[in-house]
Design a protein around this ligand. Structure first.
Ligand SMILES: *Cc1c(COP(=O)(O)O)cnc(C)c1O
Length: 392
């Protein structure tokens, strides 16, 4: 748990203007009030089971394991959730909270459209208006997600200022939020931003690790040797990791995008190469220039393309409970194709980073050892891009 000011060690907090601090404190207390109440937990549990389709399966990837020859590999299938990724887990939580607080609107930005679609879905379900800001460049690139958001009934606000991509969408959505923070809720898409979001989004994702730990124990009679997940902002990773933090024998590894290489500017390896600083209302490792401005970041997986990272990950790195490593675009593409062809599971490019790590490590491990991967999402959204890239 973070301390009373929202810090995990020296990371996190609320580095925001006083008027916004009051609003965040109000969200924190509303959340604290409902999180353990029976009606809220019952509603959440019902939606997890009957809407998202939880528990998601734990799958033994036999052909992949045999091909690599070493540790056995297991997949936690978050790709099988309704809407195809883990994001729906926290979007439903945030939409329910907004409704409980009597908010009239939920708003957010989206880059590739994954957060936008998950949030628009949750808002349609809960029955609360939703407004998504998206860069014009991204709107043109991400046609299927744009169409889905429109069908789901959210108001899509195109942003044409600056480079018309994610950062400009964040600025635009934030300005809109500041006009009326009392009647709206800014639904952050990962375990980032000011307190209470890193804690709250983690709590909504924690179910992933709770299920996986119980499923693994039931199947194998012991815990996995290693667990791994890709890290963008860090929500799917912390969702898996939380249930295992006290299991000292389990090695926990987060995988960041090395893009075109750590020796180039084209990566988003925040924990690996970043330095502590303030970003988007909280303190974390981030990729910044000498003046503390965020550097442009890059990954083949747009969901990992963020210059900061969740504060709890920063803390877990410093206390050395979790190791953070990287996988390149090329390793990710190889993992994408390998998992598709050996298991019939097309992973999201984000998730393929964790698969790439397992493919690198499994051959060096013993056959009695195991690796549990959080397969955070499915790759339908990436299929055309990969096919064009590889000339299929
Ligand atoms: C958005 C996304 C991610 C990255 O976000 P985290 O907060 O780091 O989990 C990873 N995988 C998928 C499938 C995503 O859509």
């Amino acid at each position: 748990m973070p301390d009373k000011d929202g810090y995990f060690g020296e990371y996190g907090g609320q580095i925001i203007p006083p008027e916004l601090k009051a609003v965040m404190d109000e969200i924190a207390s509303a959340y604290a009030e409902i999180r353990d109440t029976e009606p809220f937990q019952n509603e959440l549990r019902d939606l997890q089971a009957n809407y998202i389709g939880r528990p998601s399966p734990l799958f033994y990837a036999r052909r992949l394991s045999e091909k690599l020859g070493g540790a056995r590999i297991f997949l936690k299938r978050e790709d099988l959730n309704h809407t195809g990724a883990h994001k729906i887990n926290h979007c439903i939580g945030e939409a329910l909270l907004a409704k409980h607080m009597g908010k009239r609107k939920v708003l957010a930005e989206t880059g590739a459209g994954q957060h936008g679609v998950a949030l628009a879905t949750a808002c349609a379900l809960v029955g609360i208006p939703c407004e998504i800001h998206m860069g014009q460049v991204d709107i043109e690139k991400e046609h299927p997600n744009v169409t889905k958001m429109k069908i789901l009934g959210c108001r899509l606000v195109p942003v044409s200022r600056g480079t018309a991509t994610l950062k400009d969408a964040v600025d635009s959505a934030f300005e809109e939020y500041l006009k009326d923070p009392v009647n709206s809720l800014y639904a952050i898409g990962s375990v980032v931003g000011p307190h209470p979001f890193p804690m709250m989004v983690r709590d909504f994702q924690q179910i992933v690790g709770e299920e996986a730990r119980a499923q693994f124990l039931a199947r194998e009679g012991r815990l996995p040797t290693r667990i791994t997940a890709c890290v963008g902002g860090g929500s799917n990773a912390i969702g898996l990791f939380t249930a295992f933090l006290d299991d000292e024998e389990v090695r926990i590894v987060g995988v960041e995008p090395a893009g075109r290489g750590l020796d180039t500017p084209d990566h988003a390896a925040t924990l690996t190469l970043g330095t502590p600083g303030a970003l988007h209302g909280f303190k974390c490792y981030n990729l910044q220039d000498e003046r503390g401005n965020p550097l442009p970041v890059y990954s083949i997986a747009s969901g990992l393309d963020y210059p900061g990272v969740g504060p709890q990950h920063c803390f877990l790195k410093d206390i050395q409970r979790v190791e953070y490593t990287t996988a390149t675009d090329d390793e990710c593409l190889d993992a994408f194709m390998t998992l598709s062809r050996l298991e019939g599971v097309i992973p999201a490019l984000e998730s393929a980073h964790a698969v790439a790590y397992a493919m690198r490590e499994a051959p060096r491990m013993g056959s009695e050892e195991t690796i549990l991967i959080n397969l955070s999402g499915r790759g339908d959204k990436d299929a055309d891009f990969v096919a064009a890239k590889l000339g299929l």
